[in-house]
Design a binder for this molecule. Sequence first.
Ligand SMILES: Cc1cc2nc3c(=O)[nH]c(=O)nc-3n(C[C@H](O)[C@H](O)[C@H](O)COP(=O)(O)O)c2cc1C
Length: 363
Amino acid sequence: MPNSGQIALYDPTKTFDDNFDHGPFPADGSAAPYQNDDEPSWTFLGEKVYAPFGIPAGPLPTSKHTNYAFARGFDVVTYKTQRSVPFPCNDFPNVVYLDVDGDLTLEKAAQPQVGRTTTTVSADKLTITNSFGNPSRGPQFWVDDLKQAVAGRGKGQMLIASVVGTIKEGFSPDDYYNDFAEAAELAASSGVDAVEVNLSCPNVASEGVICYTHDAVVEICKKAKQKIGSLPLIAKVGYYSPEQQTLLEEIIKDAAPYLDAICAINTISAPVVDEAGDQLLPGEGRLKSGCCGAGIKWAGLDMVKRLDTLRKKNGYSYEIIGVGGVMTPADYQEYIAAGANAVQSATGAMWNPELAAEIKASL
Ligand SMILES: Cc1cc2nc3c(=O)[nH]c(=O)nc-3n(C[C@H](O)[C@H](O)[C@H](O)COP(=O)(O)O)c2cc1C
């Protein structure tokens, strides 16, 4: 995978375990930490931040990674999604480049997309797929490591924990929702600034994307909020098509009382194949995986606008984290103009660890 940018936070040419145990891998590890001038003046979820910009759940699997992101000036940082039990990672590779020309529309995503381990596309135009399956070393590791991540925040910075439920043998739906809440409670115990429930992972064949199931979303949000009390709760959702607008409205109406913020979007799911048309990522249930980067900006922006319209119309108080295809300072501005209270970038930040500095310079 040649470097079309400076891959530093998470290196897709290395296994998940290698990134976890030995990353991050900055080309210039001695780069001076980003220096903010003045005082933090933006407010997000009641906290003062220098800029409401950071990295969503994904590229930062340990406190070493979140510390590196904080040092590069990312202020709203989410630790990779964790579970209440240890869970394996999908087989390598977990990230490949996609041959997507322009927007990855829903029509395009219904068709196989060709993935590659090399690209000539410039860093700010990359569309990729990622497929990890929410691996976790279990709370024995991550609760203490989250405490380290919390300790690594500087002034004007915040750390969010992301959690997901795990279906265990003999579980009822209610047991599954309780498992989300238990993981949320564990995360809250480590002193994070907010907890996010990941309702939108497309990469675990047995679990499915639950943000489109009304009762699951409402129950998970309610149970998680009961466990974490006054700590802010965020729901991470996927893209709802225009045909799913009524479903979106019903879900938001019933989940909004428990939510302090909604993070949108996760990824757009598509079949990913090699040039011969065969499944590219190895393993059962991995034909389809979540696509992200430049090609999904249209979808993230559309969701932010619709969530903003809904909160204005109905008087909801949730804040909105806009995610999807933020590769440049102009993309960040588009999200803020669309109604986002904070913005995060995964793909853009992975190939450009100076993205936060560039955005701050543009403000
Ligand atoms: C390497 C990688 C790992 C990811 N892992 C997670 C995860 O653990 N939990 C989650 O909610 N989203 C995960 N995502 C999705 C991102 O948080 C984000 O929603 C998505 O990539 C869209 O943003 P982007 O276009 O800036 O990449 C991951 C994305 C990438 C690129």
